[in-house]
Design a protein around this ligand. Structure first.
Ligand SMILES: Cc1cc2nc3c(=O)[nH]c(=O)nc-3n(C[C@H](O)[C@H](O)[C@H](O)COP(=O)(O)OP(=O)(O)OC[C@H]3O[C@@H](n4cnc5c(N)ncnc54)[C@H](O)[C@@H]3O)c2cc1C
Length: 382
């Protein structure tokens, strides 16, 4: 029997484990797929923004990952990984268990490095965790007017379009509450909104932010955050309410796998997300996306998980075709509208080259996005 261990029960872990188990069953391969994950909750983090805006409740943002045993048939161990020993192919957990493996998929997410920039941990609100979203929701509901700053200290972070979507949603949120006197600014190190994604998507956000009176302010680097000001190298921006976006990095437990060029990320080999020197180890997290030219969000991770799963199946069962990195669709909110964009990828031998374009605009996009997230979670509810 071939043992595949999947660490982490987020999007990456779930997609990889689900795909491996389904194909192993279809091909009648003797593969044991076991997931080890620290939390009983499988979260859909984009819904944290909806929690902050009052359009979703906390319990609607997650489903019990243990249910994946009944729904998809792989084993789920609720335990915290405390040591990863690649040389001996062993994983140790908090409960004292030791697991060995033939193939390992690392889907442990990223850590949020709040203390990287002066004042970032101390001041402001965020919706990058459910707890954070509930606090932001309260702060927004008590806000009666004034200056809101959405601050992005560095890129890439989780979901590049989030700050711009949030600025537009905030305008709609306050309009629905009849509050006019709100200044909204996005303070960001990029040249223009979502420029790194694509020119057309960037133009979309520029237009929508113009309509929603949300201002884009470029910054050249962080200096400090005080109780009422974001100070950057080229601009000082006052705020009454600060919404912040966390810097990300490879989780501590994987720090020995960090890339020498940029220690925020994992060392990783394309096109199939293997860890160099260990052909049986796959890294599927936002920490493995930038070195391969990919975006740091759930949709690209979904693809990475499938490519990794098919690469493992290919090694176990030679005939299995390794999946190409498929086009990814990005749905984003506008100001009372939304857009669907598509990115196509080509592996050039060292990186994925990306070509992105806008597909359509429609006010239905918010509903489509919301239904997708809720449907995804519903599939884990018994
Ligand atoms: C506000 C917001 C909006 C977003 N919007 C979008 C969007 O519009 N489109 C999009 O594509 N993406 C979006 N994203 C990004 C998307 O949510 C993430 O890319 C995705 O959820 C990451 O999945 P993951 O599996 O890599 O990590 P995670 O979901 O963080 O999962 C990591 C898993 O590992 C487990 N774990 C961690 N450490 C251990 C350990 N030591 N032992 C055992 N288990 C451990 C955790 O319990 C968890 O189950 C958004 C994110 C946020 C926060």
């Amino acid at each position: 029997m071939t043992k595949v261990l999947v660490l982490g029960g987020g999007t990456a872990g779930l997609v990889a484990a689900r795909y491996l188990k389904a194909e192993a069953d279809r091909l009648k391969l003797d593969i044991d797929v076991t997931m080890i994950t620290a939390s009983e909750r499988h979260y859909m983090p984009p819904l944290f923004m909806e929690v902050a805006l009052g359009s979703a409740e906390g319990h609607e943002t997650w489903a019990p990952i243990k249910n994946a045993e009944k729904v998809y048939g792989f084993k789920v161990e609720l335990d915290k990984v405390t040591e990863i020993d690649l040389d001996n192919r062993k994983v140790k957990t908090e409960s004292g268990k030791v697991y060995d493996y033939d193939y390992l998929v690392l889907g442990l997410g990223v850590k949020y490095v709040w203390d990287k920039y002066k004042g970032l941990a101390e001041y402001g609100y965020h919706n990058y965790t459910l707890e954070g979203a509930l606090k932001l929701r309260k702060a927004l509901s008590e806000f009666k007017g004034g200056k809101i700053v959405i601050y992005v200290p560095e890129v890439p972070h989780r979901c590049g379009i989030y700050p711009f979507e949030m600025s537009l949603n905030l305008r709609s949120y306050f309009e629905h509450r009849g509050i006019e006197d709100v200044e909204i600014k996005v303070v960001h190190p990029g040249e223009a909104p979502a420029k790194a994604l694509n020119k057309t998507v960037s133009k979309f956000f520029e237009r929508e932010m113009g309509k929603a009176r949300a201002e884009f302010v470029h910054h050249d680097g962080h200096v400090e955050i005080t109780p009422n000001k974001v100070v950057t190298k080229n601009a000082e921006v006052d705020y009454d309410l600060l919404i912040k976006v966390p810097p990300i990095a490879i989780p501590d437990i994987m720090s020995f796998m960090a890339d020498d060029k940029d220690p925020r990320w994992a060392k990783v080999k394309g096109p199939d997300f293997r860890y160099p020197g260990y052909d049986e180890v796959y890294v599927v997290s936002e920490a493995s996306m930038p070195p391969l030219g990919l975006l740091t969000a759930g949709v690209p991770l979904h693809n990475a998980a499938i490519v990794s799963a098919t690469s493992i199946l290919h090694q176990i069962h030679g005939g299995f075709p390794v999946a190409e990195y498929a086009p990814t669709m990005c749905l984003g909110h506008g100001y009372n509208t939304g857009f669907a964009g598509n990115c196509e990828y080509k592996w050039n031998g060292s990186k994925y080259e990306r070509h992105c374009y806008l597909l359509f605009k429609s006010p239905l996009v918010r509903l489509m996005k919301d239904s997708f997230y809720r449907g995804w979670l519903d599939s884990l509810r018994l």
